[in-house]
Design a protein around this ligand. Structure first.
Ligand code: BJ8
Length: 425
């Protein structure tokens, strides 16, 4: 960190010793995983800076926003509509859930066989090491998988500002109606929190801001179709992760700048990996900061990742919201339409996800798919079996990985992934 933020962290109630330990591990991992890469795009310097300040400068910015009366809303899921938060003068941020912390405390509240993502969100709260969570004026939980919806019952006792949103599990008329009424309820709660009533102008502006951010990341994704790949999967994942934390307008500009650079690199055939490097599509559970385990293993095993069918990736960002509505209600409908297309594995049945995996595989010219399932994640592990079967039937080599956030299985994963990459050559 370029500045001393200890007073700020103390005021937020963080456990300074635990937080120091976390930042120590994080910066070491970042150096070893990201900064050791060769021939990175220069524009990644911006993301290196963001990550070095992710608990520092960005938190100071959020606290400065709060001083002006703006509210901060924290979320764990891409179903929480950023457009509504922005339109009511609030900032939406993703909450920490990508690393193990305070596990012995967590396992007093959650069964051991809970997925690492849920355990991590509790660990950051119990260990008092997430400044985003401690800055938030409202935390949104969503009834998605069984693990999350039951965990929010317990989280509600640990925080005093939890808003739980119900979500459909079936894409039907009733399912859409439920999503719509829950987004209305969220809107009312956010307006009550901020004291700001959403208007046609504020909602339109918010939709345009979020669309611009998504369009920039779409541009970045489409440049990954080139061979040689102009950016590593690790760096592209990082951009997708920062999507959840950064100031939206600044993020959009920074991603577009990288895209300008990548276009030049593509024209010069200046890839981060040699041409014809085996290309992998990752599909499955979200990879939240600092969960870089799988892409690190893949990209040090002779392959390049060219896309993520994931909520930290294309499942989360792929559709834009129609901003042409003339009334708040029309734009609220457009928001429901946009989010209703998210094909999370909590939906049953969920054929759109399989179609999207195949579409992405073809568009990014992937040689194979790695299905990433977090241990104990029923929705994605259940889906991984029919997904693998369907892909193999189309002669798309597929590898199913089931793992967690620990480093214990790195050697074993590397052996399996190297063998898989060999098969793709
Ligand atoms: S829309 S994927 S962000 S719910 S890994 S906690 S599913 S047991 S994260 Fe998700 Fe929203 Fe869906 Fe996306 Fe449960 Fe699985 Fe854990 Fe998960």
């Amino acid at each position: 960190m370029s500045e001393d933020y200890r007073g700020m962290w103390k005021d937020l109630g963080l456990d300074l010793a635990g937080h120091d330990a976390l930042l120590g591990v994080l910066s070491g991992a970042y150096r070893d995983i990201f900064l050791s890469q060769k021939n990175r795009p220069e524009g990644m310097g911006y993301f290196d800076f963001v990550m070095s300040e992710v608990h520092g400068l960005r938190i100071r910015e959020l606290l400065d926003e709060k001083k002006t009366g703006r509210k901060i809303i924290g979320s764990y899921c891409v179903f929480v509509p950023e457009e509504i938060a922005l339109a009511a003068n609030a900032t939406l941020v993703g909450l920490c859930s990508g690393a193990d912390f305070a596990m012995s405390e967590v396992e007093k509240l959650l069964p051991r066989n809970t997925c690492a993502l849920i355990k991590s969100s509790f660990g950051f709260k119990l260990g008092k090491v997430c400044p985003y969570l401690e800055s938030a004026d409202m935390i949104v939980g969503e009834n998605t998988c069984d693990g999350k919806k039951k965990a929010y019952e317990s989280l509600g006792h640990l925080v005093n500002n939890l808003f739980v949103m119900d979500l459909p599990q079936v894409k039907s008329e009733q399912g859409r109606a439920l999503l719509k009424s829950e987004y209305q309820r969220f809107r009312t709660a956010v307006e009550a929190l901020t004291g700001v009533v959403i208007t046609v102008e504020s909602l339109k502006q918010a939709i345009q801001t979020v669309n611009a951010k998504r369009a920039a990341i779409h541009r970045l994704s489409s440049l990954r179709k080139a061979d040689p790949a102009p950016i590593s999967g690790l760096d592209a994942l990082l951009a997708n992760q920062v999507f959840f934390y950064d100031n939206p307008a600044r993020f959009t500009d920074s991603v577009n700048k990288i895209c300008d650079e990548l276009e030049k690199r593509i024209a010069e055939k200046n890839g981060v990996f040699p041409e014809k490097t085996p290309r992998i599509l990752i599909s499955g559970c979200p990879q939240a900061v600092p969960n870089w385990k799988l892409p690190f293993i893949v990209e040090t095993s002779g392959a390049v990742i060219v896309g993520e069918e994931s909520c930290v990736g294309e499942r989360g960002t792929r559709n834009l919201t129609d901003a042409s509505g003339k009334t708040v209600d029309e734009m609220m409908e457009a928001i429901v339409d946009r989010y209703y297309q998210v094909d999370c594995a909590i939906f049953t049945p969920n054929p759109q996800r399989l179609e999207h995996i195949q579409e992405m595989g073809a568009a990014y010219k992937a040689d194979g798919v790695i299905h990433y399932g977090l241990q104990f994640c029923q929705p994605y592990l259940m889906e991984s079996i029919p997904v693998e079967k369907a892909l193999e039937e189309k002669n798309i080599p597929t590898l199913r990985i089931e793992t967690d956030y620990s480093m214990e299985d790195v050697g074993q994963l590397k052996t399996r992934i190297e063998a898989f990459v060999e098969q793709l050559r």
